[in-house]
Design a protein around this ligand. Structure first.
Ligand SMILES: [Zn+2]
Length: 410
């Protein structure tokens, strides 16, 4: 049985890796195709050559990083690396709570340290070369340290809580763990902008000026409160621009990157803002949260069931079952299911994006949104021709071509 489970785990990992490589391959092949008429005014010849180079560089780099982690995890499984770490931890600490915490802590930091050279290369070589990077070495280190502190406090805290629940009630673990995680994610959805974002960025209320005046006009028409609009210093890390909607109820806010300001006209920014208000008016954050409830319930139920198993730890090369080895095996065994569910969430997310675009168009910002989206794509050297299958699995937004076509038709 353990041998069979081990084989299944390996097959899942290989299948997942091959699927990702195949999608990336399709995407690279597609990128060289001729552009539809609608997209030809986005780049001039020189800029398009630069975009193609940026895309190829990122594709190659993605191939390198994913192959690297694939090989590492495969070696860990084949040579019983996880069981070895488990043995090491058991020698130091023997506690139903702290043994798993130390085990996951070691894996987390080992994985993080291995990924640092790749992060450095991505930030200071690739992004730097194409003129996007604004991160200084000092900021890189600071971000890293803050990230560790956050993982330690939030990740560690929730992990301790979940394991503690398991030690109290293995039978009803799934229900209690689900309640705790749901409460935590509701709290984070509401307070993310107030608690987490300020650790990394500064958010300021929208200042006086032409932009505010124009936004005021739209806010009146659409009945959205201006106090909920903030500008964030995205320029601290990258020249790329963005905007997003976050929060629930009274904690909702729209955040505009300061980098939008020097790239777009006032009307285009209002159009992007109208799109974000569309997310709010259609209750997209709330719907996403509600969908996550049955999803995580099924997840914890399956997890609780797997935790009772004795053979999973053996499949990973250990003699004795343990919370952490079972959890690790579960995370791999569950990945085909989560691939299906994540893909379904992406389908829904793309539907939401169309709705938000249509909302902006309804208020007369259709053509401004089109030109705004084109500029956003151009200034971030975005890929104009992703493969439909790649889009299906990975894109949270429809492609630029799909969005422009839909906006023009609405
Ligand atoms: Zn959106």
């Amino acid at each position: 049985m353990a041998q069979l489970l081990f084989t299944i785990i390996i097959v899942i990992l290989i299948a997942d890796f091959m699927l990702e490589r195949y999608l990336a391959f399709l995407n690279i092949k597609q990128s060289g195709k001729e552009l539809p008429l609608l997209l030809r005014d986005i780049y001039d010849t020189e800029k398009y050559a630069k975009q193609q180079e940026y895309f190829r560089t990122n594709s190659r780099f993605g191939m390198l990083t994913s192959s690297f982690s694939f090989v590492i995890i495969l070696l860990m499984l084949i040579f019983n690396g996880f069981a070895w770490v488990d043995g090491l931890v058991q020698q130091q600490v023997q506690s139903p709570i702290w043994t798993p915490v130390l085990f996951f802590g070691i894996l987390y930091f080992a994985n993080d340290i291995l990924s640092i050279p790749f992060d450095l290369y991505d930030t200071f070589v690739i992004e730097q070369k194409f003129g996007f990077n604004k991160v200084t070495p000092k900021l890189f280190v600071l971000d890293k340290l803050k990230g560790y502190a956050m993982t330690l406090i939030l990740g560690g805290g929730i992990l301790v809580l979940i394991i503690w629940i398991y030690t109290l009630t293995p039978t009803y673990f799934w229900l209690w763990a689900w309640l705790v995680v749901t409460g935590f994610s509701l709290f984070m959805t509401m307070f993310y902008s107030q608690i987490i974002v300020p650790l990394f960025n500064k958010q300021t209320p929208l200042g006086e000026g032409e932009l505010r005046t124009e936004i005021e006009k739209f806010a009146l028409k659409s009945d959205f409160k201006l106090d909920n609009i903030f500008v964030i210093d995205g320029s601290k890390r990258s020249t790329k621009a963005n905007a997003y909607f976050s929060g629930l109820g009274s904690k909702k806010r729209i955040v505009l990157y300061d980098t939008l300001m020097d790239k777009m006209t006032v009307e285009e920014i209002v159009a992007v803002l109208a799109h974000e208000v569309g997310h709010y008016k259609h209750k997209h954050t709330l719907i996403n949260f509600l969908i996550s409830l049955p999803y995580t319930l099924v997840l914890f139920f399956a997890f609780g069931f797997i935790l009772q198993s004795d053979v999973l730890a053996q499949a990973l090369g250990a003699n004795e079952a343990s919370f952490h080895l079972n959890a690790l095996a579960f995370s791999i065994l569950y990945s085909p299911i989560s691939l299906v569910l994540d893909t379904a969430m992406h389908v829904l997310s793309r539907k939401f994006e169309y709705q938000a675009d249509a909302f902006a168009a309804k208020y007369g910002y259709g053509s401004q949104l089109e030109s705004g989206l084109k500029k956003l794509t151009a200034t971030s050297l975005g890929n104009l021709m992703p493969h439909p299958l790649y889009v299906f699995f990975h894109y949270s937004h429809p492609t630029l071509f799909q969005r422009i076509t839909a906006i023009s038709n609405s």
